[in-house]
Design a protein around this ligand. Structure first.
Ligand SMILES: N[C@@H](CCC(=O)N[C@@H](CS)C(=O)NCC(=O)O)C(=O)O
Length: 228
């Protein structure tokens, strides 16, 4: 059984997409990051970075003690290896997938995240920051569009790279991007949205959290963090 510590955000959706695609047994443990549940001692023991998602595998393949993992990219890799799905075993193909997974983790996710922050949440409008992240998001969309010119999915066959990227393209309008400028990306996006497992993953999100709202309190919790 996989215990999934989860909230209804792009990084959370990556893992429900995987679990739905693989048909693995899982149980959602909601961690409401708007009310500060990510700072609970029990959660920090699994996820010391106070960020969702995290998992706890109560039946690891080696038959040993439960394994807990944080960071969505590491979780996707772990689940892919455990299930034998969505990450090829042959190094040439495996690293083709992993380079795009890490591209999402180090590029698309953080840059689109800063885009969301400065365009929607920052208490003051800072045109330089807004333009910087909207443009960088645009550049990254262009990279993905080019990659998808001759491939059905990002690394050829459907993989954890697609599951990592898709939830970060879903808010394209909020990121001030127009999918019509990226026809290959748009075709892939529509194919992803039509997958039954992806639809089930987003339906689970609605069950957990009907509508996410950012309040002055949640703003302080999410955007006022420092080491202490
Ligand atoms: N690199 C991490 C990022 C995780 C992350 O930023 N999670 C956000 C939600 S998408 C979160 O938990 N935020 C809580 C907070 O900022 O305190 C991953 O991919 O798992």
């Amino acid at each position: 059984m996989i215990e999934l510590y989860y909230w209804t955000t792009p990084n959370g959706h990556k893992i429900t997409i995987f679990l739905e695609e693989a048909g693995m047994d899982y149980e959602i443990h909601p961690v409401n990051i708007s009310t500060g549940e990510q700072f609970a001692e029990a959660f920090l023991r699994i996820a010391p970075n106070n960020r969702i998602p995290a998992i706890r595998d109560t039946a690891p393949a080696d038959g040993g003690a439960p394994i807990s993992i944080f960071e969505s990219g590491a979780i996707l890799e772990y689940l892919a290896e455990k299930s034998g799905e969505f990450l090829p075993a042959v190094p040439r193909d495996k690293y083709n997938v992993l380079q795009w997974l890490y591209w999402q983790m180090a590029g698309l996710g953080p840059m689109a995240g800063q885009n969301h922050h400065f365009v929607q949440y920052a208490p003051e409008r800072i045109p330089y920051a807004m333009e910087r992240y909207v443009k960088e998001t645009n550049r990254l969309y262009g990279v993905l569009n080019k990659q998808l010119a001759d491939k059905e999915y990002i690394a050829g066959a459907y993989s954890i790279a697609d599951m990592a990227c898709y939830p970060w393209i879903v808010p394209y309008e909020r990121q001030q991007q127009n999918l019509d400028d990226f026809p290959n990306l748009k075709r892939w996006f529509n194919a992803m949205a039509a997958r039954p497992a992806v639809q089930r993953a987003y339906a689970r999100a609605k069950e957990v959290n009907e509508a996410s709202t950012v309040t002055p309190e949640s703003r302080t919790i999410l955007f006022g963090q420092a080491a202490r």
